[in-house]
Design a protein around this ligand. Structure first.
Ligand SMILES: [Zn+2]
Length: 215
């Protein structure tokens, strides 16, 4: 399936320890402002403090993996090539502004079904992309976190065996709750996320026993 086309992008940095924890991050409304179906690099706006926080978490040993639903491809609103150009611009901006290198970017290009649920294994709230990244980058899911601005992000993280943070800045509007959709924590800015992960996620050599679910 189309996922295989993403394999070359998944190259762990040589400095990364095997079985490191990851921060899986959503793109729209979390890493960057949500501009629906945008693939224009000129309209890319990072959330305040995101780059700086990612730099610190990377230094602390977290792999950084962006996981994004891009149904605009399946809807025919933009092409995979257009998204790839946006991804390159996003990576370059992070590199130049904060010295951050993303370890991986994985996307689901598919449409949901008529009920709005995933019709594939990769669209969040399904966990397929997190599991794929974990296998290919040798990540420790039990010490990893997912952060996103919707409960679908929270659920995807939990389905993958991670802890999940809701970036609670207005992205979620439906609030359809279930145990899998209950965030471990809510944050409203990237600086809060940094403190939380460094305190609870621990450095990569921390015991897997560290960081129990907090609520
Ligand atoms: Zn998919």
């Amino acid at each position: 399936m189309a996922l295989s086309a993403r394999l070359p992008a998944l190259r762990a940095r040589q400095s990364r320890r095997p079985w490191a924890p990851a921060l899986f991050l959503d793109k729209d409304g979390t890493l960057v402002e949500d501009v629906p179906y945008n693939v224009d690099p000129a309209r890319l706006r990072f959330m305040p403090g995101a780059g700086r926080t990612l730099a610190r978490l990377s230094s602390a040993g977290f792999a950084l993996v962006m996981i994004t639903n891009q149904s605009g491809i399946g809807r025919g609103l933009f092409t995979r090539d257009a998204f790839d150009r946006l991804e390159q611009a996003l990576r370059q901006r992070l590199r130049e502004s904060d010295g951050v290198e993303l370890d991986g970017v994985l996307l689901c290009p598919h449409l949901p079904n008529d009920a709005g649920a995933p019709a594939c294994h990769c669209r969040k709230p399904a966990a397929g992309l997190l599991l794929q990244a974990a296998t290919q980058l040798k990540l420790d899911l039990t010490r990893s976190w997912m952060v996103g601005d919707t409960l679908d992000d929270v659920e995807a993280g939990h389905r993958a065996g991670c802890r999940s943070l809701l970036f609670d800045c207005g992205g979620e509007t439906v609030w359809r709750m279930s145990p899998l959709r209950e965030p471990d924590h809510r944050v409203r800015q990237w600086s809060e996320l940094e403190a939380l992960l460094l305190a609870q996620g621990g450095p990569p050599q921390a015991s897997p026993a560290a960081g129990p679910r907090s609520d």
